[in-house]
Ligand binder design. Structure first.
Ligand SMILES: C[S@@+](CC[C@H](N)C(=O)[O-])C[C@H]1O[C@@H](n2cnc3c(N)ncnc32)[C@H](O)[C@@H]1O
Length: 238
């Protein structure tokens, strides 16, 4: 690191305006390609633009059980899940615009009708949803926030799990997966101390990788780096 006073100061994440309130993401901008740009127009019906109230009402069949995915990235696995499970509705929440556009492009091309996406902080969206309205909340390969001073940004934390539990129906599930072993241990420690949740794999265990969870981009990256994948599925029991 240079001490040269002419170099631009290094701005710490915690000093950025957006990060004064603790958030679990960092917005990254990158240009959209042509198909992503046109998908945002062509398949507009897949995007919830400033929705209000109970988001189940934005689906063609609002009574179907709802799965919410937090941070779907480029969205391919979410589109596949929605296509493979037409008996459910899927709501994807992401802040990365090229990811949203790519997801909309793939869902539109695949004629998936039980999926809606929105650009928002998932925590705010969950807060606005009615209690006991979501059947499954999934969090695949969340940012691991490896530095100790950033641990507070990890999604899996007691205050955020309290919100997750409130929004799940009784018997609903929280499904997380990570390729970062220290975060896996952290997740297990938080989740097993939640009295309303039961580990469906048995105490202290991770869940065998479900074949209905398609491979994600970050999972592929983790596997290529030799990382071990851990899935956790916890059921709301009270
Ligand atoms: C490491 S990426 C994983 C993406 C994808 N799930 C995968 O496995 O390829 C984590 C994603 O979560 C998103 N994210 C993190 N916190 C979020 C939040 N509170 N609301 C919406 N998206 C969030 C980030 O923008 C990022 O795209």
């Amino acid at each position: 690191m240079s001490n040269d006073s002419t170099t631009a100061p290094i701005i710490e994440l915690d000093d950025l305006h957006e990060h004064r309130e603790i958030v679990t993401f960092m917005r990254r901008s990158s240009p959209l390609n042509t198909s992503q740009r046109s998908a945002l127009e062509q398949y507009k019906y897949l995007i919830l633009d400033h929705p209000t109230g109970d988001l189940r009402t934005y689906f063609t069949d609002p009574e179907k059980p709802l799965t919410v995915e937090i941070g779907f990235g480029m969205g391919r696995s979410l589109v596949l899940m929605a296509k493979n499970q037409p008996e459910r509705n899927f709501l994807g929440i992401e802040v990365h615009i090229p990811g949203i556009a790519q997801c909309v492009y793939e869902a539109g091309e695949a004629e998936v009708h039980n999926l809606r996406v929105l650009d928002a902080d998932a925590i705010q969206v969950l807060k606005d949803m009615p209690d006991e309205s979501i059947d499954c909340i999934q969090l695949y390969f969340p940012d691991p926030w490896q530095k100790k001073r950033h641990f507070k940004r990890r999604f899996v934390a007691h205050e955020r799990m309290e919100l997750v539990e409130r929004k799940l129906v009784l018997g609903g599930t929280f499904h997380a997966a990570t390729d970062w072993e220290p975060y896996a241990e952290w997740m297990l420690d938080v989740l097993e101390h939640r009295p309303s949740l039961e580990n469906l794999a048995g105490s202290g265990q991770s869940y065998p990788r479900p074949d209905w969870r398609p491979l994600t981009k970050f999972e592929r990256r983790g596997l290529d780096a030799g990382h071990v994948i851990n899935d956790f599925i916890f059921k709301k029991i009270k």
